[in-house]
Design a protein around this ligand. Structure first.
Ligand code: AMP
Length: 511
């Protein structure tokens, strides 16, 4: 089944129900959205696009994004979402690699498009859909590709994780059974880019006939977030942990009153949630947080930490203290997903032992687009090797320690940056931290911490803090203070950039 069938279902059951808000205002009912999607799908067919062709979308979160996404699926096309913050040369690589035939974008290209691709701007004043509106979605099998998500490419070129209609339907079912209760009155707000998790989270909400909301700013703005929460009821959203941090800081600094009764859920993931930040988020938003762990290759769906599992971090509970063992877990695997912790040879490890997190099930991608080598490296004997290190306890609680590639090996011992970061963040002067390994002639690597601060601080004080709370060999040997830490288009701190930073001479403090 084509996943866009959910649109038709909801338009039949509740044609007058709100389907899309633009900021505070209603933009389309379900009947109107279906009508627009059918007309645009007809136009795409009229342009000569055939089922299985790739259609790229490079745009901020705007109503035209949803039209394009749904119309592409309606016409049986494969959507290639491109983050609106990417540079034009990165866009060019993705268009070329995916062999996209059409680029829907409201921006004029800054370089010639690859010869296979043309551009369509739905907001051009003279645009009117041509051809006959499609009466029904083009048939798709569960194994047909629907969405190619290009990984952020922190090592080498980005790879296109290819997800099928079956993968996305599995994701939607996991969401509805294990992440959050979804009622028709709920509204899914897209503050995070539609080109990532927020875009595919639209599917379970479409199934239930809920409205989507795109902010008038077309992205994430802290003041607008507060206004929209106070304006709409039943708001649910996906946010990266760094966005939650920004919201907490903003709301505290302004003393903004939020009507928390309007907030249904904040689902977060995509990067580590540190214990300190989680406690402050729960204090600000109450018991509305749900954590998910997934990756482009197993979209948004490996494990989930539900509301109840957050209660040990609530304000009333004492903090566990700056202890490097106090990692916040990433919840428990979805029942629909098999998770196994394995060693480098692929042998399963016992409970409690650290190894690579491997995943199997209907959620796992078809492979990387046009990249058989990378596919066979990632998919072995039916298992997806996530590149994440973690451990699972006997009761199924999963801990994600770090990325395989970020582990620091110093003097032959593994040091997990995440553990060190948890401790440093407990210092009240620290705003953000990221720990990386720097080459060292004697030890192989040494631990270096990049920090941004709330107030000036002597790194010797940070060293004392680390000495008091972690094994000596794990503590950073050097500190670099930055104004703010570099983030990628999805708000994740980019460790590769920090490592490059190390190559540049700069004043730093040794401990
Ligand atoms: P992406 O494919 O861009 O969504 O990135 C996926 C990666 O982000 C995963 O392999 C993890 O390393 C990281 N990640 C995702 N969810 C979480 C989480 N809840 N906690 C910590 N890291 C996460």
């Amino acid at each position: 089944m084509n996943i866009v069938h959910y649109l038709d279902h909801s338009a039949r059951v509740g044609p007058e129900r709100p389907a899309l808000y633009l900021g505070p205002d209603l933009h389309a009912t379900y009947a109107e959205l279906q009508h627009r999607v059918q007309a645009l799908a007809g136009h795409l067919v009229h342009l000569g696009l055939a089922p299985g062709d790739r259609l790229a979308i490079y745009m901020k979160n705007r109503p035209a994004y949803l039209d394009s996404l749904l119309a592409a699926w309606y016409a049986g096309l494969v959507v290639v979402p491109i983050n609106a913050k990417l540079h034009w040369c990165e866009v060019d690589f993705i268009l070329e690699n995916s062999g996209s035939r059409l680029l829907i974008s409201d921006r004029s290209p800054e370089a010639p498009l690859p010869s296979s691709a043309e551009r369509l701007d739905l907001d051009a004043p003279d645009f009117v859909p041509d051809g006959h509106p499609l009466g029904a979605p083009v048939d798709r099998a569960p194994s047909d590709a629907a969405w190619i998500f290009y990984t952020s490419g922190t090592t080498g070129r980005p790879k296109g994780a290819t997800l099928s209609h079956g993968n996305l339907a599995c994701m939607a079912n996991c969401y509805l059974t294990n992440v959050d209760r979804v009622e028709a009155e709920h509204v899914l707000a897209h503050f995070a880019p539609l080109s990532h998790g927020s875009g595919i989270y639209l599917i379970p909400y479409l199934m239930r006939g809920c409205a989507n909301l795109v902010p008038a700013s077309a992205g994430f703005d802290e003041s607008e977030f507060a206004e929209l929460v106070n304006r709409h009821t039943g708001l649910a959203m996906f946010l990266a942990p760094t966005m939650i941090r920004r919201l907490v800081d903003h709301l505290r600094a302004r003393g903004t009153n939020l009507n928390l009764d309007h907030l249904q859920a904040i689902v977060y993931g995509g990067g580590p949630m540190y214990e300190r930040d989680l406690r402050e988020a729960l204090e600000t938003f109450g018991p509305r947080l749900v954590q998910i762990y997934g990756q482009g290759e197993s979209p948004m769906t490996i494990s989930v930490m539900d509301r109840d599992a957050h209660s040990p971090y609530a304000a009333s509970k004492a903090p566990s203290g700056p202890d490097s063992q106090s990692l916040v877990p990433v919840g428990r695997p979805h029942p629909q997903v098999e998770v196994s912790i394995r060693d480098g040879e692929g042998t399963p490890l016992p409970d409690g032992q650290e190894g690579e997190i491997c995943v199997r099930g209907d959620i796992v991608m078809l492979g990387y687009w046009n990249n058989p080598e990378a596919t066979s490296e990632a998919l072995r004997d039916g298992w997806l090797r996530t590149g994440d290190i973690g451990r699972m306890e006997a009761d199924g609680t999963l801990y994600l320690t770090d990325r395989v590639k970020d582990v620091i090996i110093s003097g032959g011992t593994n040091i997990y940056p995440r553990e060190v970061e948890e401790v440093i963040l407990q210092h009240p002067a620290v705003h953000e931290v990221s720990v990386v390994g720097a080459p060292h002639p004697e030890w192989g690597e040494e631990v270096v911490a990049f920090v941004s601060l709330h107030r000036p601080l002597d790194p010797a004080e940070l060293d004392q803090h680390c000495l008091a709370h972690m094994a000596r060999f794990k503590r950073p040997k050097r500190y670099r203070i930055l104004e703010s830490l570099p983030k990628n288009a999805y708000g994740k701190i980019v460790k590769t950039e920090l490592r490059q930073h190390l190559a540049q001479p700069q004043e730093e403090s040794a401990s």
